[in-house]
Design a protein around this ligand. Structure first.
Ligand SMILES: Cc1ncc(COP(=O)(O)O)c(C=O)c1O
Length: 420
């Protein structure tokens, strides 16, 4: 009989057959599922997790001998142009993380039977490196958050976790090497795309025995080059982005492709993005690929409240979302604002608008920081989101953009900005 390459232990982790048998043999004398058995299993497993983690001191660099021409700033299109190099690290179940390599940017060569193509073993991140206009220093914005999220995402699809600090160190080296691609101008940055894929060559459905972690980088310009442009949304109830017990809180490639058809449908009807609703109550969840924030006045007390959906497993834990919440708690609460992570129904939003209590609505994400929203189409209603016709952004969206950008570019000293 052929054994699968990887087996799941009692503690839920996956192990190679050899390791699995080692654990089983060393705990056989104990009563299965007794506390002693569990403890022993954990001890043996911990022993086996001493496979090498990512080791930045082993980095090997092969520089490109054909440097690319820089694209003029005004011609930069998101995700279209890439830098000279890429970072990659292979992993195998028997050897752990192998030598990190920076090489010229190049195609990957994968067997058509590689598991990523068949079962979507893929998770990714989106983060940016910024250049401070004052001292030209390079900075990452809260990269630890992206590492935590990537580790959560890969763990959910049986890909290997890794030492986030080690990857940040390697990403920093990569950014230094390709820093000529980051213009010394506010609004410009280097978009970084850490990605992990399962690379085992098999059509068998199971945990990948090998993986590749790679990072590519794309120079990007300001999301709104000529200032904010408020967008319009279509409240989407016929398709669901994420659901309880699902993987909406993970950044898996498999979450994104199914959102494109609803986006095309919304675009055909003249809307920029989908506002994803959930359930019979029509809870407001996220907007396109951003978290959503609503500024509303309380019906009884008139208190101003900044509301976003709670992290219940269906919402992506946005780094920008977390930053907006933290800044709001620090800087808006003292001015009388209430900051809430709570459910908000579509009908609550419509009611607030009718009663003149809806102040503003905006999306939040790495690409645009904040994206003001002008109107939302819901059933046969068009909900205005508090902006005057001549306005493109509300007060809070504007404040948040300025506060976050000041930290990202090093205008304001803050421990969210990591100097490379
Ligand atoms: C579904 C979804 N929600 C929210 C976000 C915002 O996350 P972040 O602020 O980390 O960019 C993203 C962007 O990656 C996203 O894809």
């Amino acid at each position: 009989m052929l054994l699968p390459r990887l087996l799941r232990t009692a503690n839920g982790t996956t192990r190679s057959c050899k390791q699995f048998l080692q654990i089983e043999t060393r705990t056989r004398q104990l009563r299965p599922f007794s506390s002693q058995w569990r403890l022993q299993q954990q001890l043996v497993e911990d022993d086996l997790t001493h496979l090498p983690n990512i080791d930045p001191s082993k980095l090997e660099v092969t520089k490109s001998i054909t440097p690319k021409q820089l694209v003029p700033n005004q011609d930069l299109v998101f995700g279209r142009n890439f830098t000279d190099h890429m970072l990659s690290i292979e992993w195998t179940a028997s050897q752990g993380w192998l030598t990190p390599r920076i090489t010229p940017y190049q195609n990957l060569s994968l067997d058509p039977a590689t598991c990523v193509f068949h079962y979507a073993f893929e998770a990714f991140e989106g983060m940016k490196a910024y250049r401070c206009p004052h001292d030209a220093s390079l900075r990452l914005f809260r990269p630890n958050k992206n590492m935590q999220r990537l580790n959560k995402s890969v763990a959910r699809i049986a890909l290997p976790t890794f030492d986030g600090d080690a990857l940040i160190e390697l990403i920093s080296e990569f950014c230094k090497l390709d820093q000529r691609f980051i213009p010394n101008e506010k609004g410009y940055s280097l978009y970084l795309r850490p990605t992990m894929i399962g690379t085992q060559r098999t059509l068998g459905v199971g945990p990948p025995g090998s993986a590749l972690l790679f990072v590519i980088a794309s120079p990007v310009g300001p999301y709104y080059p000529t200032g904010f442009k408020a967008i319009s949304l279509e409240a989407t109830d016929y398709a669901v982005r994420a659901w309880p017990g699902g993987v909406g809180d993970k950044k898996l490639g498999a979450n994104y492709a199914p959102c494109i058809v609803p986006q095309l449908k919304a675009a055909k009807r003249g809307f920029h993005q989908n506002l994803w609703l959930f359930g019979e109550e029509e809870f407001i969840t996220e907007v396109g690929t951003m978290n959503l924030f609503v500024c509303v006045k309380d019906k009884q007390t008139g208190q101003k409240e900044l509301v976003t959906a709670p992290l219940d497993g269906t919402i992506l834990e946005g780094v920008t979302r977390d930053s907006v919440l933290a800044l709001a708690r620090e800087r808006l609460e003292p001015q009388g604002w209430k900051v809430s992570e709570r459910y908000l129904r579509m009908k609550d939003l419509a009611e607030a608008e009718q009663e003149g209590r809806l102040l503003e609505v905006f999306g939040a994400g790495t690409a645009a920081i904040v994206s003001p929203i002008r109107k939302i189409s819901w059933k046969d209603q068009m909900i205005g989101c508090g902006l005057k016709e001549t306005e493109e952004a509300g007060e809070i969206a504007l404040k948040m953009k300025n506060w976050i950008e000041a930290i990202q570019y090093g205008d304001e000293a803050h421990d969210w900005s990591w100097k490379i």
